[in-house]
Design a protein around this ligand. Structure first.
Ligand code: NAD
Length: 378
């Protein structure tokens, strides 16, 4: 059985879906592995690194031989044409709002797994691509903010005088936000943070940052059984905005990471809040690809407001630390692939009754099988 790892076609995508380590492990499971030439280049993995680990180097057309295709991004229609019917494709499928693309996966007859739907249960922790990539995005958001900021982040007491510590406010403290807090703290900033989930409060405190939120009854109910945030009422959002407006005016750096699964990102920073900040302040909007948390943020751009506040809207932030992101992503995919090896036959065989396969499978046997998207397609 053959696994194929293509070079990602998107020009902004530096990540690759396998590493020398996972190639070695897949070979250990009995797979033949073909990696497309230069697939690891932008992640600092050479073709020789892959061959030493046991892969063959091939071309895009080798996808036709694959029983399993490992990818970072959802395959394009052109890529799908080259896949075998019945091939398993593991990728970040980004299916929300992309009905035509989901239909194309079904039409191609592939068994497509959306890695971002991996349940957040203990057994699947090692397969959690959202966490592995968001963690790096949170780190990189602070590095990007520091790069755009004209001042130092830590307090510096020198013979020539004292530089005050930068004030950093993190909005949304899931995986990315927690790492942003930790990174900003390591750089010596004074950090505050907000979230609508009560569980976040303790986590923020444990990282040495101060928690700020409207803590009413709605806040106490804001976490879903899956651990995600609910979309808050208009009334809550208005009170949240009033509380944070005053705070944001005093901040040097604001990092926003707030997301709600399957919904547009909540608007948390208004144009008026941006206008209230000091010139030279920096805002990084990590939610920009999902509509953005910040009014005026532009996907793929760093824009400067009329009062000289920089709003950073980089796309694919984990891809900005591609070499690290690829190693973790590859490991996530391998951990999931390993669950699909039949214990008796030692062959690759998808167990369609397994809860992980059920939660992540988008298309199978020519149909859309994921309940969320099957309904929409009818
Ligand atoms: P996410 O990317 O979906 O959202 C980021 C954060 O934004 C969340 O903390 C969310 O509460 C917050 N948010 C949403 N609306 C907001 C608003 N209006 N104002 C402020 N903040 C808002 O979240 P995530 O990083 O995927 O984490 C979601 C949950 O999953 C967390 O509870 C996290 O601890 C948990 N988690 C569990 C596991 C596991 O058990 N294996 C792994 C990773 C994450």
């Amino acid at each position: 059985q053959t696994v194929f790892i293509p070079r990602e076609l998107d020009v902004t995508e530096g990540r690759v879906a396998a590493s020398p380590d996972t190639v070695k492990r897949m070979a250990g499971l009995g797979f033949d592995i073909i990696v497309e030439k230069s697939a690891g280049k932008a992640s600092r993995i050479t073709d020789e690194d892959f061959t030493r680990a046991g892969a063959a180097i091939g071309k895009a057309a080798d996808a036709a031989k694959a029983d399993v295709v490992l990818k970072v991004r959802r395959p394009t229609d052109a890529e799908l044409k080259g896949y075998k019917k019945g091939a398993a494709v593991l990728a970040i499928m980004d299916p929300y709002g992309n009905d035509a693309a989901v239909a194309a996966l079904a039409k191609a007859g592939v068994t497509a797994f959306a890695m971002e739907f991996m349940p957040r249960i203990t057994r699947a922790q090692s397969m959690d691509v959202l966490s592995s990539q968001a963690n790096l995005a949170g780190y990189q958001s602070v590095i990007d903010a520091a790069g755009e900021y004209d001042r130092a982040l830590p307090m510096m007491m020198t013979a020539a005088g004292t530089v005050p510590a930068a004030k950093v406010f993190v909005m949304g403290v899931g995986v990315a936000g927690l790492q942003a807090i930790a990174t900003a703290r390591r750089l010596g900033a004074v950090v505050t943070a907000t979230d609508v989930r009560p569980a976040a409060k303790e986590q923020v405190a444990s990282l040495g940052a101060k928690f700020i939120a409207v803590e009413d009854e709605e806040f106490r109910q804001a976490e879903t059984a899956g651990g995600y945030a609910k979309e808050m009422s208009k009334d809550y959002q208005a009170r949240q905005a009033a509380l944070t407006a005053e705070h944001i005016a005093k901040q040097d750096i604001v990092i926003t990471t707030a997301l709600i699964p399957g919904r547009p990102a909540p608007k948390l920073v208004s144009a008026a809040m941006v206008a209230s900040m000091k010139p030279g302040s920096v805002i990084v909007d990590l939610a920009v690809e999902r509509g953005g948390n910040v009014e005026g943020a532009v996907a793929g751009k760093v824009v400067t407001s009329a009062n000289d506040v920089k709003i950073v809207g980089h796309l694919n932030v984990p891809g900005r630390v591609a070499a690290s992101a690829s190693l973790l992503y590859a490991k996530n995919l391998f951990a999931f692939l390993e669950t699909m090896i039949d214990k008796d036959t030692k062959q690759f065989a998808i167990d369609r009754s397994d809860e992980l396969a059920k939660a992540t499978m988008l298309t199978d046997g020519g149909s859309i099988v994921h309940p969320t998207f099957a309904k929409a397609a009818q």
